[in-house]
Each structure stands twice: as C-alpha cells, then as structure tokens.
Write a protein that binds this ligand. Structure first.
Ligand code: ADP
Ligand code: MG
Length: 232
C-alpha cells in the first residue's frame, strides 16, 4: 500500500489555461521502480501534456503527482526543477539539443542542475565516451557540434544526456517517430540495454502499438485519462 512508486498520479485534474483549452482527469497512474511502461495514444490525446505533469513543468489543478515518493504540489518552482533534474532523464520528441554546443557539453548538461547525479559520475569525459560507445555513436563524436549530427545520432545523444548520472526514471516522448523501422529497432535495443544495466524506470510515449512487446506493461491514454473538452 505505502510502497514508494517511481511515478504516482491520483485524481489528477489538469486543463491548459488557453482559450479552446484541453483538459483531462487521470484517476490513477502508478509506475513501479524499474518498470518499463509504454503509454499509447493518438495524436492530440494528451500524452505530452501528461509527461509535462509528471516532469513538473505543468502543474495539476488538483490531485496528487508524486515522483520517487515526493509530491510535486508542495514544492517551490526551484525545488521542482531540482527534483526533476535529479530523478528524471528526459528524451524530448525534438531532442532539444543545444545546436552550437558540442555533443559532450550537451550530454553533460543535466549534471549542472543535479549534484547527486553529478556525484555518480567520477570522470565526466570517460562517462561521455562510455555512453557514446554503448549507444553506437562513432569515436570522436564528443567534440562535434550537435547540429552537425544526423537525426539518428541526435536521438542517441539525447538518450545519453538523459541517462548520464543514472537518474532513476527515464521519460521519452515519441523518441522513435523520426526513424525508419530498422534504425528504430536498433535504437530501442540500445536504449533498453542501458535501461536494463542501470535498472531505470522507463516511461515511453508512442502512437505505435508495435513497440508493445518490448515493455512490461502498456497503458492506453483513453483508458487512464478522461478527456474534457469544454464547449466552445
Ligand atoms: N502549452 C500548451 N498550451 C495550450 N494547449 C496545449 C499546450 N500543449 C498542448 N496543448 C493542447 O493539449 C492537447 C493535447 O496535446 P498533447 O498533450 O501535445 O497531445 P499528444 O502528445 O498526445 O499529441 C492538444 O489539443 C493541444 O493543442
Ligand atoms: Mg506529444
């Protein structure tokens, strides 16, 4: 009953503040530490919105969002940012790499905001090399600028950045949507190897049900969230 989940949502209500706003209620969502969960849903069903609530970049109007046992609602913005940096590695749909920074600086970036993650990395350069090697990135890529990379390489750099310092939770928002099927399979193999090696909790969002067999559990947006579209 009181076991500490990696991600827990209870009776969460959220709506974007804009005109024509989208909102939903999530009665319950629980992801156990080490679990690998796929969240499926059509485009526009609120998947990225839900990830924003989990990351604490958007705040629920009511209900409870907990990350590694800590409720987000009671925290200041700065404490929420710190909790996210320490606990969650994020792979954004568009990767969000800093284009003019080197691959190494991109990968090391999260450590600046997360002292406990930083403390797990004894030798930052060596750890960047190790992660790049494990993710099949070519030798010497660390000093290249991020905007010189192919899409597939950017994606793997984004994963290395999310994994550095072993955050307990990895969240990935449609990370394979820009890849062809062969590249996608290889990418997921590498990602899952790293997740298994670090015992990371994985929550991946996709609209592609073919990914399901790789995961411990599949959640569907239309089963976990009640969408509310206010009358125009
Ligand atoms: N920052 C935002 N401000 C206002 N509305 C938003 C914002 N982000 C998303 N929405 C709206 O929320 C709905 C769900 O979007 P999203 O969570 O991105 O869905 P998905 O990731 O499943 O495609 C859409 O109608 C979208 O227009
Ligand atoms: Mg989305």
């Amino acid at each position: 009953m009181t076991s500490k989940g990696a991600i827990t949502l209870e009776e969460v209500r959220f709506a974007w503040a804009s005109r024509a706003s989208f909102g939903f209620t999530v009665p319950q969502l629980y992801v156990a530490p080490g679990e690998r969960v796929l969240l499926l849903g059509a485009s526009g069903s609120g998947k990225s919105t839900l990830l924003s609530l989990i990351c604490g970049t958007a705040l629920a109007q009511s209900g409870r969002v907990e990350i590694s046992g800590t409720a987000l609602a009671g925290l200041s913005g700065a404490r929420r940012d710190r909790l996210r940096a320490e606990e969650i590695g994020v792979v954004f749909q568009q990767f969000n790499l800093l284009p003019f920074a080197s691959v190494r600086d991109n990968i090391l970036l999260p450590l600046r905001f997360a002292p406990r993650r930083r403390a797990r990395v004894a030798d930052p350069r060596a750890e960047v090399s190790r992660l790049c090697g494990a993710l099949d990135l070519p030798e010497g890529i660390a000093t290249q600028k991020a905007d010189a990379l192919s899409v597939g390489q950017q994606q793997r750099v984004a994963v290395a950045r999310a994994l550095i310092g072993q955050p307990p939770i990895l969240i990935a928002d449609e990370p394979t949507s820009a890849l062809d099927e062969t590249t996608q399979g290889r990418f997921l193999d590498l990602l899952f190897d790293q997740v298994a090696a670090q015992g990371t909790t994985l929550l991946m969002v996709s609209h592609d049900p073919r990914l399901a067999p790789r995961f411990d559990r599949v959640l569907r947006m239309d089963e976990i969230a009640r969408v509310e579209r206010p009358a125009a």
